[in-house]
Unconditional design. Sequence first.
Length: 504
Amino acid sequence: MTNHLFDALFAARLADDRPFLHLPGGNTLSYRQFLDRSAQLARVLVDAGVAPGDRVAVQVAKSPEALALYVATVRAGAVFLPLNTAYMPAEVGYFVGDAKPKLVVCDSAAAADLEPIAADAGARLMTLDANSSGTLSQAADGKSSEFDAVARNGDDLGAILYTSGTTGRSKGAMLSHDNLLSNALTLVESWRFSEDDVLLHALPIFHTHGLFVATNVIAATSGSMIFLPGFKADAVIEALPRATTMMGVPTFYTRLLADPRFTRELVAHIRLFVSGSAPLLADTHVEFEARTGHRILERYGMTETNMNTSNPYDGERRAGTVGFALPGVSVRVTDPDSGNELPAGEIGVLEIKGPNVFKGYWQMPEKTAAEFREDGYFISGDLGLIDAEGYISIVGRGKDLIISGGYNIYPKEVELAIDEVAGVVESAVIGVPHPDFGEGVVAVVVRDGDVDEDTIMQQLAGAMARFKQPKKIIFVDELPRNTMGKVQKNILRETYQEQLTQAA
Ligand code: MCA
Ligand code: AMP
């Protein structure tokens, strides 16, 4: 029996006493200990009725146990469905209702809110807290640490990750075992990972970046990770001297640069800093090199495609570009209207093809069909160009999307919620430069009464995750529109571009 992803990443490490996770406080979990726990958790899943192909929806704090649950789900042949811990119950309700998981795992503090949501979807609910206590852990204690991985082939699903939709409805990107494995192995080669690597892991584990890029690459090489609960500059600076590599979103790097303790000496023995999920300003790249002597390696990915491009490990890492298509991945630039391929240097939509590209959106065949060309290329919605030397640059987005601190926010979702507030006529949500998060959310609102910022913010508070909520609301008499009646967001972005530049 083979399990495509688990066998390649972990099967050879079942009795491996080398470290996998270095934890705050000095504890270490070996591969053997981690995999023993994932076997126990896999047994709990099977006992709870989770069958091959069933979804396991998970909204829990980052912890070794949470990571073991990812591996346990894959091992049990099921589909891991991680959810941002910032999501409110109403948001989780949509995902659970759509994906119909067999099991929902959440923090015990959220259990009362999520119990009815799980019940409506026919799912069982178990809890897992940040300190690894909860009903899931209790059920796992005492279970056998041996578990025969359930057979899964490369095309079977290993995970569904939801990405927000431009019309407000999120879409579940179906990722197969081979989507995940092929990309991990490509990155190991491209970025020269080896068993000697110690990766500083401060990313969340509910997104591709922290879950698959970081974890799968390390597991594929028998390396280890300094596993921090999140990004806090003090903890990262304390840990950096023990790491050989770090992966982060641009906000990690700008926060480090803002700290005088972040010096050339501190990172003298690091071999690689990787950045992605949002554009890294060329200025940050230059300042980082001046401070540390390291050139950050910027790469480009998407939830639907894993990683697509990367600056070279050995060649020139060019600031403001995302490098070349990864081996085995094809990237082309097309005219957004005709779909015709454009020559080098011309700006169009980036399209991607390769073993990394997902299997489609969960139960949305029409949306899936609309985002693929007939010859199999996925239409990313990112605008970019490929220069004469093959370097790819992202110059904008065809999709109305804000990326704030590496989190995606679809303006439509926020606009719909604001428009529901009594006294609001209409709204336009835009992303403007933010010194910490790269982009920050601003809402431009037309009102017909005396509704104020506080009232709007209070109504949004229960409805959506904090990171999606506007950092500022601006009231105007009317929104600028073109002759077709479409709101001209480019004019709004220009007018209000300095609204958040003083934000901390
Ligand atoms: C926190 N807040 C945010 C964000 N994070 N607001 C906007 N954007 C954000 N990203 C809010 C908090 O709710 C809080 O609100 C206030 O900002 C300050 O929070 P703070 O404590 O400073 O935030 P933090 O805990 O330090 O988090 C910032 C962070 C985090 C470390 C940058 O957002 C993060 O880890 N981002 C990484 C996301 C990521 O991994 N993205 C990859 C997905 P208040 O104080 O008002 O309550 S993309 C992907 O996977 C693709 C495939 C790819 O290419 O990689
Ligand atoms: P997500 O849907 O969260 O996976 O976000 C994917 C999007 O993040 C892409 O479509 C890009 O718009 C953006 N992105 C990822 N990496 C980069 C990068 N290095 N530079 C610019 N944008 C990026």
